[in-house]
Design a protein around this ligand. Structure first.
Ligand SMILES: [Zn+2]
Ligand SMILES: [Zn+2]
Length: 170
């Protein structure tokens, strides 16, 4: 989905599109998209650049950081990006929206939507605030069944060490 800047009409280009999941490159993302990507918005052209705004909707399928099960994470994000030909420092401060550099005479809408969707992925996705995670002893998913492990007796110093090890394993 490429938009040629010179072809954007004076009063802007209104868009209402649906992109199939396969059109979006997610090779570096820890997650997949569950539903097609919908975008409704507009693109406006100015002498100094373009503004792309609107709402992007889809749903991620993410692995829970606690229990490792995948879960659905719906996204509906309103955004506004100013693509400018001359990126200057003070412009960044004055305009209350995202500013990116317009590198060519084309706008790759898929790149923009992809970025907006990825920005919504939490650092630590959790399937539910009440997720009980995995048993640190037997690895059981405590959301589905309890185990009989006694995890209360773990020496706190060993626990710290284990946390450190888990971190390094990532
Ligand atoms: Zn979970
Ligand atoms: Zn257990």
């Amino acid at each position: 989905m490429i938009i040629i800047v010179a072809q954007i009409p004076e009063d802007g280009l209104d868009l209402d599109i649906t992109l199939p999941v396969d059109d979006i490159d997610l090779s570096n993302v820890n997650g997949s998209l569950e539903t097609d990507v919908e975008y409704k918005g507009s693109v406006h052209r100015f002498s100094t650049g373009c503004i792309v705004s609107g709402t992007v909707r889809s749903a991620w399928k993410l692995p829970c950081a606690r229990c490792l099960e995948t879960f659905s994470f719906p996204v509906s994000e309103e955004f506004r990006i100013f693509l400018t030909r001359e990126l200057t420092e003070d412009e960044d401060e004055e305009i209350d929206m995202d500013v990116s550099e317009l590198l060519s005479d084309e706008i790759n809408l898929i790149h923009i939507l992809r970025e907006q969707l990825i920005l919504q992925i939490p650092m630590k996705p959790i399937c539910s605030q009440s997720c009980r995670g995995l048993c640190s002893s037997c690895g059981n998913n405590l959301n589905s069944e309890d185990c009989n492990c006694d995890t209360t007796s773990i020496d706190p110093r060993l626990k710290k060490l284990k946390e450190l090890k888990d971190l390094m394993d990532k």
